[in-house]
Structures are given as C-alpha cells and as structure tokens.
Design a protein around this ligand. Structure first.
Ligand code: HEM
Ligand SMILES: *[C@@H]1O[C@H](CO)[C@@H](O)[C@H](O)[C@H]1NC(C)=O
Ligand SMILES: *[C@@H]1O[C@H](CO)[C@@H](O)[C@H](O)[C@H]1NC(C)=O
Ligand SMILES: *[C@@H]1O[C@H](CO)[C@@H](O)[C@H](O)[C@H]1NC(C)=O
Length: 442
C-alpha cells in the first residue's frame, strides 16, 4: 500500500526533493524498487545505487578501514593522510564551571560587519560575534568543534560529529573550511561548490525554532513572531525553556507546518536536527551554576535576540556527550510523538513508516549515522562523485568511529551515481547584519 503510494508519486518526482531518499527512509529501496525507480526517473536528479563494496566494510564498524587516516586512539581523532593530509581534526578541550566570555578582551562582542557571514545557527553566530570562531563567519571543522567544547561544554565526540556534519553539509573537505552562513569565496571549492551551512536544496530541514520553513521564504533569518510563540509555551511551563516547554512547541510547530506547508519534510534528518537544536537549548544554554535547572529568559534571550552571551553567564560544568544527546532527542520526541513523513501537497502526508518510539538507543544511534552517511553523497557536487574515495575516507575516519559501540549494520550503504548533487542550490540567507532585540540592523 505504502509502496504503491510512493511509486505512484514518483511520477511527480521532479517536483519533490530527493524521492530516492524518501524511498530509502521508508525501507523500500531494495533491488526491485530501485530498478523500478531507475525506469521512472526522467530528470537529472541524483539517485544512489547499492554499492557492491559498501560505503563502510565489513558490515559492522569493527575493523573499519581507514584509507585516509583518522580513526580514534584513546577517544581522540588521529591525523588524516593523502588528499586529507591538510585536514586538522578537533582536539579535546578542558571542561568545568567557567564564566563565558568572562573578562577576556579577545572574546568581547563585536557586531558583525558587511563581509561577515551569519546564518541559521544562533550559537555559531554568537561564537563568531565573540571571536570563539573566526569573526568573519568562515570556520573550520576543528575550530567550531573546539569552540563548542570550550564555550558550551559539548563533549568531544558530540562536538566532532556536529561540526563534521556542518562541514559535510556546506564546506570544503580538503581544507576543512565552511561558512556558517551562505556561500563565500573565502571557502575553497576543491571538490565542488561549497554552499555554506544555510544551503537549502538537498532535503533541508523544516520546523526550526525561530526560522521559517524554506517554502515560506528565507530560512536563515530570525522571526520575532516564532520567538513570541515559543515564549508563550515557556510562560506556560514555569518560565523555563524546559523539555516540557519544547515538547509543546515542537508539536505545535510540526502541526502547523504539516497543515500549511505543501512540501513539509519531517524525515529522519528532521527527527535528528529538529529535536537536537531544542535539546541543545535546555542542556547547554543553561546557567552552569545550576546545571540541573532549565534555562530561563535571562539565559536564552540574549543568544536569540542579540546573538551575544548573557551577562554573567557560566557554561555547564560537565561535558555533554553524544550518548546523552541520543537519549535526549528520543525523550523529547516521545514527549509528543509525531509521524515521520513528508507532505506531497497539502492534505497528502506520506508517512515514512519509521517509528522512533519503538527503537532502542542503539537503533537510534545507527539511524543517526545512517542519515549522516546518506546525506553526504547528496550534499556534494558532481566533482565529488569522481573523488568519492575522499568523502568515504572522511566519513570512515572522522564520523563512523564514534559509533563503534552501537554495532550498526552498514552493509547496504550507498554511493552516489554519476548525477549526484546536480540539483543543489545556494542559500538565500541575509548574512551579516547584527541583530538587536530580535531586529536586524540593516
Ligand atoms: C559546529 C557546530 C554546529 C553546527 C554545524 C550547527 C548547525 C546548525 C544548523 C544547520 C541549524 C539549522 C537547523 C534547522 O534547519 O532547523 C542550526 C540551528 C540551531 N542550532 Fe546549531 N550548529 C552547531 C552548534 C550549535 C550549538 C553549540 C548550539 C547550542 C548551544 C546550537 C543550537 C542551535 C539552535 C538553538 C538552533 C535553532 C535556531 C532557530 O531555529 O532559531 N547549535 N544549527
Ligand atoms: C539586547 O540588547 C539590547 C541593546 O543593548 C538590550 O537593551 C537588551 O536588553 C538585550 N536583550 C537581551 C535579551 O539581553
Ligand atoms: C548565573 O548564576 C550566577 C550565580 O547564581 C548568577 O550570579 C548569575 O547572574 C547567573 N547568570 C545568568 C545569566 O543567569
Ligand atoms: C542488506 O541487503 C541484503 C541483500 O539485499 C538484505 O538481505 C539485507 O536484509 C539488507 N540489510 C539491511 C539491514 O537492510
């Protein structure tokens, strides 16, 4: 039934972003379906094929091959080699209660200028405004990963994985550089166009907290009305930006998009990112002097409204590890479970048949990894397809090792076909301007 629905919709595939991925997400991408899809495919969209030798082999992560270096020794990423030998991995930073930015003159607020990039992520914008990453908004895998450990107490694994995703999504693997806003000439295009973190194109994520769905316009800018709606949910929950408040806000935002956005996409990536960004708020924007209390307006407001730190703010005293992240996103999801799926037109929601509420923590972990790996090929341009060993080397060396304990079955991983990445488009963000009280200073 579901198979038929989705196949029937493939006739409309040209209008729908990456239908192959939706098929795969629905667990339907076996040889027979894939063959049908190949037949049906008429445009130049990309499609992934079964790889005879798999992205990662052997079928589980033990004995992972590291053709370009990387990998973990005592929990720390090792140098890369070959084409990736200039890529600098993140390093573990120290943790503990600390005032941020404190009195450090190097980390005072300086409003961004005309040539500085800012974008979808309030935290990265804040880090740039305070010089914890490059003030021009062009960062690197290592720089951003090190900064979010130092500033927000993200665990080393969490930081390395998150920043690797940022690099994969919009950057240049050879130098490790990416823009935290839109495309920028300061990021090299060694393996094809580096479009920046704001890039919207290949299945981007709806239901941000204060940003609108791309269907409705610029997906990178702050929207005061969305913030006000969040504040109402916060007010109803003891004035705290707690899991309980976000349980309500997430459901409201989902219902709203599902009812009004004809191309609403709540697939696996949505599951990870939409829940993740909410978890980050109540786990890492809190005042570190009371780490067990959810943050209040005084803690969260300055990040969103001014992209600066609260006065007299302390980072959390203990690291926030990846394992906790997995538990937290699942827990937030379960607070108000909603169907994963996509709108193919209004009143035509196609469920993906994936139900996180029946998954074990290990299965959630593998689900997350699968999505990182699955996203990667589609995120790169045609040029990368010809250099796919580099992408594979990076994923094997930089991301997969952190999942070693979860025993993910990866034998069916995919590589991009010759037309991968063609449909990718640039971002539409308004980079640069400072924001004060939630209003851009143009
Ligand atoms: C290298 C590190 C990071 C990367 C690559 C990154 C990337 C992103 C991206 C791509 C989005 C947009 C997601 C969407 O479409 O909904 C986003 C939003 C967001 N991120 Fe980050 N992020 C990073 C670090 C952080 C940290 C450290 C925090 C919290 C302390 C954080 C909190 C948020 C929040 C709250 C949003 C939602 C903004 C809104 O909708 O108003 N991020 N981030
Ligand atoms: C944002 O900055 C303005 C101007 O400095 C200030 O009046 C306001 O209180 C700040 N907002 C928050 C939430 O800190
Ligand atoms: C954080 O907690 C300390 C100690 O209670 C307090 O002095 C400070 O004002 C708090 N900061 C914020 C932003 O809530
Ligand atoms: C991987 O592919 C094989 C062969 O098509 C199939 O039997 C197996 O069930 C697949 N495994 C997963 C986890 O999808």
């Amino acid at each position: 039934m579901k198979l038929l629905t989705i196949l029937a919709n493939l006739g409309l595939a040209a209008a729908v972003a990456c239908p192959h991925r939706k098929l795969k997400e629905a667990g339907l991408l076996n040889e027979a379906v894939l063959a049908k899809y190949e037949e049906l495919k008429r445009d130049g969209g990309h499609i992934e094929q079964r790889s005879s030798n798999g992205l990662l082999s052997p079928s589980t992560l033990s004995g992972l091959s590291l053709p370009l270096g990387g990998g973990l020794v005592n929990g720390v990423l090792q140098p890369f080699t070959g084409r990736l030998s200039f890529l600098v991995p993140p390093t573990p930073q120290s943790f503990g209660l600390k005032a941020i930015p404190g009195t450090d003159i190097n980390h005072r607020y300086i409003a961004p200028g005309a040539n500085d990039r800012r974008g979808v992520c309030v935290a990265l914008n804040t880090l740039a405004n305070h010089g914890y990453i490059s003030r021009n908004g062009i960062t690197t895998w290592a720089e951003a990963a090190n900064a979010i450990q130092t500033v927000f107490g993200f665990g080393y694994d969490m930081a390395a994985i998150l920043s690797a995703v940022g690099l994969i999504a919009g950057g240049d693997l050879i130098t490790g550089k990416y823009s935290i806003g839109g495309a920028d000439s300061r990021v090299p295009d060694n393996l094809g166009p580096s479009l920046g973190l704001d890039k919207h194109g290949v299945c981007e994520v709806d239901n941000s907290i204060t940003r609108v769905d791309t269907y409705f316009g610029n997906q990178a800018n702050f929207h005061l009305d969305r913030w006000q709606a969040l504040l109402n949910d916060v007010a109803a929950h003891g004035n705290l930006f707690s899991q309980a408040a976000f349980t309500v806000e997430k459901k409201r935002s989902y219902d709203d998009s599902r009812a009004t956005n004809p191309v609403f996409d709540a697939g696996p990536k949505w599951f990870v990112i939409a829940h993740g960004e909410r978890v980050f708020i109540y786990r890492t924007m809190l005042n570190g002097t009371s780490p067990d209390t959810a943050p209040d307006f005084g803690n969260v407001g300055p990040f969103f409204l001014n992209e600066t730190f609260p006065h007299n703010w302390f980072r959390r005293p203990t690291p926030f590890p990846f394992a906790d992240f997995l538990v937290d996103i699942t827990s937030l999801y379960l607070g108000s479970p909603v169907e994963l799926g996509v709108n193919e037109g209004l009143d035509n929601f196609v469920p993906l048949g994936t139900d996180p509420s029946v998954m074990t923590p290990s299965q959630i972990a593998c689900f997350v990894l699968e999505n990182i790996l699955d996203e990667a090929p589609g995120s790169f341009s045609r040029v990368v397809v010809d250099n796919y060993d580099i992408v594979q080397g990076f994923l094997n060396g930089a991301v997969a090792p952190f999942f070693a304990n979860y025993n993910c079955d990866l034998q069916n991983y995919t590589v991009p076909s010759a037309s991968a990445g063609e449909e990718t488009t640039g971002s539409s963000s308004d980079d640069g301007p400072a924001i004060v009280n939630g209003v851009y200073q143009r």
